[in-house]
Structures are given as structure tokens and as C-alpha cells.
Design a binder for this molecule. Structure first.
Ligand SMILES: Nc1ncnc2c1ncn2[C@@H]1O[C@H](COP(=O)(O)OP(=O)(O)OP(=O)(O)O)[C@@H](O)[C@H]1O
Ligand SMILES: O=P(O)(O)OC[C@@]1(O)O[C@H](CO)[C@@H](O)[C@@H]1O
Length: 300
């Protein structure tokens, strides 16, 4: 079974405007909403790739109910913990020429509620995969990913972590199978400007020294680079189509990589399927669909 963990799910409210002017009332030209949060996005794209997953995490209030009901289908088993108070966040993604995102804090999660999540994590067993992705509310201790991983220590579980800064760095000692920072996140982790391919490889290998097996660096419209567990560099470009909405492209790439590796045990194929899923999301309103993935696979 593949388990995804989203501690802070969201409704992503996409608002489109011709321009955004601070200090006045702006009017949208269109708006859409999607159920999101990084782990949930991974589950949604895995379902499009015909892979079943269980979505763990916390939901709260009416938005939480909508998220749970909205994503549940025959390939996504939702197993969220319903929080006592607050509402799951609504993240605002403003498309006004440039993309501006406002990601909110999310509800408070108590230590007792966290314990309930850990009990669910204990069900994960040998041969399973766990994908832990996204930010945590700032009221939560920042060792929470480590505490989750500590619960599965010693089991033969494939670990995928898509997070930033300390959350990611602290998880590396658990030897994750895959991490997927983007270029900016890689730069932030080392406090340096990373521009060239050689620099990307150099710092990806630093993350490998700290414990990561495969490091996939996503480069937005410039594609992606994988440094695999054998230290080999693989590159992937992007297809050229009108970009509609890149929210969740990185999560789609993670889902595609996990699915591609699960199916073939080949890193070049995992990178290809990951890239196709990332591209497919960028070229659609919502996340990658099965139809778009198959269309792009034939061209990639
Ligand atoms: N403009 C684009 N055109 C084509 N493909 C894209 C574009 N942007 C992203 N992608 C695809 O999606 C992958 C992941 O994108 P990106 O590097 O933006 O991830 P990310 O920063 O983690 O995004 P997010 O946090 O929104 O999920 C890229 O490697 C690429 O394959
Ligand atoms: O605040 P976080 O957890 O870092 O990111 C949350 C988020 O931006 O990530 C997804 C896209 O990757 C969206 O569905 C969601 O709004």
C-alpha cells in the first residue's frame, strides 16, 4: 500500500485577474477551487495512474469535510483525523500575469491528535511506501516528520519526503528513497545561489551524503534533474504547450516517479513518468488526468 501524509490539507482557491493592484478592490475574471495539500495531490495523481493509496492527515471544519468527501474515490482511501476545532485552510493562488500564492496557517493540532496519527502510522508495514509532503502549521513541533519516521524505523518501507528546509534536512537520517526539492529550496537549504547544472548535482550529492538515496530536483519550466542512488545524473526537459496552472506540478512529479519506479524499477522511466505527470498538471486547470498523461507519454 502507498500511504500519503498531509498534515495541513487545503482547498486551493485559484483566482484569475488581469492585474492585481494592492490597496483597491480587485475583481476576478474567473475562479476555481481544488482539494489540495501536497500528499493529497500525490494520492490524486496516483489514482489517475491506477495506483491505490491511503491518505492520512488532519482535516477540520466544513472545509475539511469537503476535502475528505471530494477526494474519496475507489482508488483513494481517506483515513484522516478530524480535529476538534478550526477549519482546514483555504490557500489562495492568484494568477494575474505572475503567480502569487498565499498559503495559510491551518488549524491547531494538539499533541493528543498527533498521537492518533502516530497510531495510524504504526499500521505501515514491510513493502509499503510512505509519502510525507507539505508544510506543517506553525503551532506544530518541527520534529514531527522525524517522529513519524521514527515509528516506521526498522521496517522495509520506501520513504518519500517532499518538504523544505529543516523539515526535510531532519528527515534525511531516515534514508528516504526519494526527496524532491525544487531549485529554490535546494538553494535555501545551503544558503547559496544555485544556477548551473554542476552546482545542482554538487548540492544534490551533499543531500545524499546526509542520507537521501535519490534526489530529484525539479526546475519548473526547465524540467528536472535526478541524481540517482548510484550517483548517476539524469535529465528531463519539458514539452511545449500553453501553461495553465502549475499548482501541484511538483506533487504530480512525485506521484509519477513513485508509480514509474514501482512499475519498472527503472530510474530513467521513473523520471520520464514523473516529468510527464508534472507537465500534464502544468497544462491543465487541475491536476494531471489519465488522458493527459497518456497523451504526453506518447510525445515525451
Ligand atoms: N511551465 C512548465 N511547463 C512544463 N512543465 C512544467 C512547468 N512547470 C512545471 N512543470 C513540470 O512539473 C515539474 C515540477 O515543477 P516545479 O519545479 O514547479 O515543482 P514545485 O516547485 O515543487 O511545484 P509545486 O510546489 O507547485 O507542486 C517540472 O519538473 C516539470 O516537469
Ligand atoms: O503550504 P504547503 O504545505 O507547503 O503547500 C501547500 C500547497 O501549496 O501545496 C500544493 C501544491 O504543491 C497545494 O495543493 C497546496 O496549496
Amino acid at each position: 500500500m502507498i500511504y500519503t501524509v498531509t498534515l495541513n490539507p487545503s482547498i486551493d482557491y485559484i483566482v484569475r485577474l488581469d492585474s492585481l493592484v494592492p490597496g483597491i478592490t480587485n475583481r476576478t475574471t474567473a475562479e476555481e477551487y481544488y482539494y489540495g495539500g501536497k500528499g493529497i495531490n500525490v494520492s490524486c495523481v496516483l489514482a489517475e495512474l491506477d495506483l491505490e493509496s491511503t491518505a492520512f492527515g488532519f482535516v477540520a471544519g466544513f472545509t475539511g469535510d469537503a476535502i475528505e468527501k471530494g477526494i474519496r474515490n475507489d482508488r483513494i482511501i481517506t483515513d484522516f483525523i478530524k480535529l476538534e476545532s478550526g477549519i482546514s485552510r483555504i490557500n489562495i493562488k492568484i494568477k494575474a500575469g505572475v503567480e502569487t500564492e498565499i498559503n495559510c496557517q491551518g488549524p491547531h493540532i494538539s499533541e493528543g491528535e498527533l498521537e492518533r496519527l502516530f497510531s495510524k502510522i504504526d499500521r505501515i508495514s514491510d513493502g509499503d511506501t510512505i509519502v510525507i509532503a507539505g508544510n506543517i502549521p506553525n503551532t506544530m513541533p518541527d520534529d514531527v516528520y522525524e517522529r513519524i519516521l521514527e515509528r516506521i524505523k526498522g521496517k522495509d518501507v520506501r520513504i518519500v519526503v517532499d518538504a523544505t528546509k529543516k523539515l526535510l534536512l531532519n528527515a534525511l537520517k531516515y534514508k528516504p528513497f526519494l526527496i524532491k526539492p525544487n531549485r529554490q529550496e535546494l538553494s535555501e537549504m545551503f544558503g547559496v545561489e544555485i544556477n548551473t547544472e554542476d552546482d545542482i548535482e554538487k548540492y544534490a550529492k551533499e543531500l545524499q551524503k546526509l542520507g537521501a538515496k535519490n534526489v530529484l530536483i525539479s526546475l519548473g519550466g526547465d524540467g528536472a534533474m535526478l541524481i540517482d542512488e548510484f550517483g548517476k545524473r539524469h535529465k528531463a526537459g519539458v514539452l511545449k504547450e500553453k501553461v495553465i496552472n502549475t499548482v501541484g506540478s511538483g506533487d504530480s512529479m512525485v506521484a509519477g516517479f513513485v508509480a514509474g519506479y514501482e512499475k519498472t524499477k527503472s530510474y530513467p522511466y521513473a523520471l520520464k513518468l514523473g516529468s510527464v505527470c508534472g507537465n500534464a498538471t502544468a497544462f491543465l486547470d487541475g491536476l494531471a488526468t489519465k488522458e493527459k498523461i497518456n497523451e504526453l507519454l506518447a510525445k515525451f
